[in-house]
Design a protein around this ligand. Sequence first.
Ligand code: ADP
Length: 383
Amino acid sequence: MAKLALKQVAKIYEDGYKAVKNINLDIKDKEFIVLVGPSGCGKSTTLRMIAGLETISEGEMYIGDTLVNNIPAKDRDIAMVFQSYALYPHMNVRENIEFALKMKGVEKQERKIRVDEVAEILQLEPLLNKKPGALSGGQRQRVALGRAMVRNPKVFLLDEPLSNLDAKLRVTMRAEISSLHRQLGTTFIYVTHDQTEAMTMGSRIAVMNAGHIEQFDTPANLYYNPANKFVAEFIGSPMINLINGRLTQVNSKPAIKIANESFLLTEKNQASLLTTPNNQEVLVGVRPEDMYYQEGRDTASTVKVKAKNVEQVGSDTYVYYDFHSSDREQVARFNPARPIRIGDEVYVHINMDKIMLFDKNTEQSILDRSVGTEFGTYYDEEK
Ligand code: ADP
């Protein structure tokens, strides 16, 4: 069993800087967890505390039911794969992979069997006699994974393992690492600053910001039910639209007032509203795919926009425009079959069932998004 628990864990560096602030994480056996967040938010520090490479300043960490705060890295049964690969350049692939076993005093015959097993899974057999200098970036990364795998660790820690690879190879390696996780049935904890990588790989993702965890949830919940503005903006590309509005009532029904227009909340959003509308300031979050071209005008939930930039990505067209009630440029996803040019004025329809609402001051969601998340649940069970 390799469940892991961090309870109120903090890291204060020697210079007094608190890089990780009282985080809690409950990681189940065999889970694939991703820590994601902007540079400097404390992801590597957290991973290094789990590995035992940094001391834990406050709080407790458990592997299984054992408190491991004072257990040294080598005795934690954890293997770490670094961004730099950290391969020995003078050793060939076989020697690199078997090095840890040699250090442990595993005899030669057994070492050969284990390296061969790992090489087969990672398709490294033809490369076993080559030196790292003769390998491509992707092959080196596989050797680094092999070095971790050969030790049969209870937990794999991966720190930005793909960031030195080109975009195309990253996509291939993403799939390889996910399939390796399924094959090994071991707990994986993966650090990245790339939200796409996090979304495609993690069964659950901890979104970190300035040393704390903003939300620890499934990919679908982070996307459809973000706990706050930070998560809503961090997850998803192009970025979510945020519109300034006020939560009010029209004929005793909850509505949002944007500039001089009112948009009634749908029944679903009325049911999940956590506050009573009282003219408070809110941010209305709308994903680009929930803003689409509307032929003519439907006064209930459309806005008129002027295309400032048009981006064709093949399957979709993204239309960027300025909007009077937003602090930044907005973006709508159009069907590419609908031709549009810069400067065109069109109506876009807002899918009011899918909007998010954040309190303008606290930036926290004011919708109980567990209401009606059937799609999200289905998606996560599939993973
Ligand atoms: P991330 O992995 O999310 O980019 P890190 O965990 O590496 O972030 O760093 C978190 C914060 O801690 C950063 O502000 C970084 O400058 C600071 N930090 C990292 N290592 C040290 C250290 N040895 N001493 C002091 N501050 C550090």
